[in-house]
Design a protein around this ligand. Structure first.
Ligand code: UN1
Length: 493
């Protein structure tokens, strides 16, 4: 294994892909991750793989499959548990690197690394959980068992915004249930990918069981379309997810795609307004709104609308936007300058079309100043109708668009008005309204009186409508995706 520096300002960390039992430099183009808060500061540096190297990674995963799938769940789980301990021991250091590379605050960066360890521990425990079922047979002297086998070689394609937690929740279940994996992380966060890979190698993962490829351009498509790949797990945009799903359908390969979101917080007339404001702030502005579960739409009952908007205006004014390594900062930069421009353009277009600016926070450095970091001001807009693009299109930044409605029925219909259906938050003290939300909102994840973001490893995670395709992630849903069932009719001879 190459020796890696800790990645402090001393200099960029050397990146290597991992194929089979070797760390390789990669024969493709230059790859560099930059600190989004400090333009020009390189965090990690290396090269991408070539098409031949990518194919070699798939071959390595295929070659490792028979041996790995023949290990017991306990053996596989033991490696994940050891990797979790390694990650825990490095949580402060790797959490700091995460903040430097991705831009979320130090608390969120360290929290995410700890979360990755917790996810690995959860799947390590799969060894002791049921993995099949036994059914009575209509015929005497027979039992019917449903057992589960691994699917084979899995391609995992992961996004920038949770550079270690999302890979952990895809890779850990894939591995523990006996699959081998080729993993392509987002090009903007290679360092954290390297760290997770290092932890698993150090924990004793056999060669070829997980292969990490830094890949650019159309190599992502080559990976998910590879004839030796048996299943694809993806998190990213709806457009890419649907393209992957269409290609996989032609090959008859299962896909789990977790895609965009435009998640609403609904505040009903009887809500605890203080609680709602605090939770909306967290849902909308943590990670600068760069979560597919972030709150980006607000549906406010007329009775509480002014109180909620006034509360948000007060809170947004006290947010500090800046370098996430500063512990006083609440909101870091967006991942790239292009992301910042997209968010600025989206908010400006909404204002041009008549949206009222309820509040817009301060950023260090003027918008568009390329010497400043990629900071976008936390912004709350009020709209007259739900027709505006800012209501419908995912901006993936700290922008909230609010509308006013009368009553729960109108609120749920406004929340459903859009193509996405990942998560929602409903604030109410009325059990009937809460149950109404359960029935009426087309979402995969519903929070009653808590923020729209967040996911626990033991329960299903995924979205309705354009937000999700294929089986849910996490918990038993992950087991079902990463295994295939054999129904066994068992009779004595
Ligand atoms: C969370 O809300 O903590 O990409 C997790 C995303 C989601 C994960 C959200 N797949 O933002």
């Amino acid at each position: 294994m190459p020796t890696h520096t800790t990645g402090g300002p001393a200099g960029p960390v050397d990146l290597h892909s991992r194929i089979g039992d070797a760390w390789i430099a990669g024969g493709g183009g230059a790859l560099e991750s930059d600190n989004p808060a400090r333009p020009g500061e390189t965090v990690a540096r290396g090269r991408t793989v070539t098409a031949a190297e990518l194919d070699a990674a798939v071959d390595a995963a295929a070659a490792a499959f028979p041996g790995w799938s023949a290990c017991t769940l306990h053996e596989r789980g033991g490696i994940l548990a050891r990797a979790a301990a390694i990650i825990d021991a490095r949580a402060d250091e790797w959490g700091t690197e995460l903040s430097r590379e991705e831009g979320k605050t130090l608390a969120e960066g360290r929290g995410e690394v700890a979360r990755a360890a917790q996810i690995l521990r959860y799947y390590a425990g799969a060894a002791d959980r049921e993995s099949g079922t036994v059914h009575p047979s209509p015929r005497a002297g027979e039992q019917i068992l449903v057992t589960r086998r691994p699917v084979g070689v899995v391609a995992a394609v992961t996004p920038f915004n949770f550079p270690i937690a999302i890979p952990a929740w895809k890779i850990a279940p894939a591995l523990v249930y006996g699959n081998t994996v080729v993993w392509k992380p987002a090009e903007t966060v290679p360092l954290l990918a390297l760290r997770l890979m290092e932890a698993l190698v150090q924990a004793g993962l056999p060669a070829g069981v997980l292969n990490l490829v830094f890949a650019a351009g159309d190599l992502g498509a080559r990976l998910v379309g590879h004839e030796r790949v048996d299943a694809v797990t993806f998190t990213g945009s709806t457009a890419v997810g649907r393209e992957i799903a269409a290609g996989a359908a032609r090959r008859g390969v299962p896909v789990q795609a977790e895609m965009g979101g435009k998640n609403a917080a609904v505040v009903l007339a009887d809500a605890d307004v203080g609680l709602a404001v605090q939770q909306i702030m967290a849902g909308a502005f943590r990670s600068s709104g760069q979560k597919c579960t972030a709150t980006s739409r607000l549906v406010l009952d007329h009775a509480v609308a002014d109180a909620v908007l006034d509360g948000l205006a007060r809170e947004v004014k006290s947010l500090r936007v800046g370098d996430p390594l500063d512990p006083e900062v609440h909101v870091g930069p967006l991942i790239t300058a292009a992301a910042r421009e997209r968010v600025d353009r989206g908010a400006a277009a909404a204002v041009d079309a008549g949206a009222r600016v309820v509040v817009r926070g301060e950023t260090p450095g003027a918008v568009g100043d390329s010497a400043a970091g990629n900071f976008a001001p936390p912004t709350v807009l009020e709209l007259d109708s739900t027709d505006a693009p800012v209501w419908r299109e995912e901006l993936f930044g700290p922008v909230l668009a609010a509308v006013r409605v009368d009553g729960a029925a109108a609120a749920f219909s406004a929340a459903n008005d859009g193509e996405y259906g990942l998560s929602a938050a409903v604030f109410t003290r009325d059990i009937g309204s809460a149950l109404g939300a359960v029935d009426d909102l087309s979402v995969g994840v519903l929070h009653i009186n808590s923020e729209s973001a967040g996911a626990d490893p033991h329960v299903p995670f995924g979205g309705a409508k354009a937000s999700g395709y294929g089986p849910r992630e996490q918990g038993e849903a992950a087991r079902d995706f990463f295994t295939t069932a054999t129904t066994v009719y068992l009779r004595g001879a």
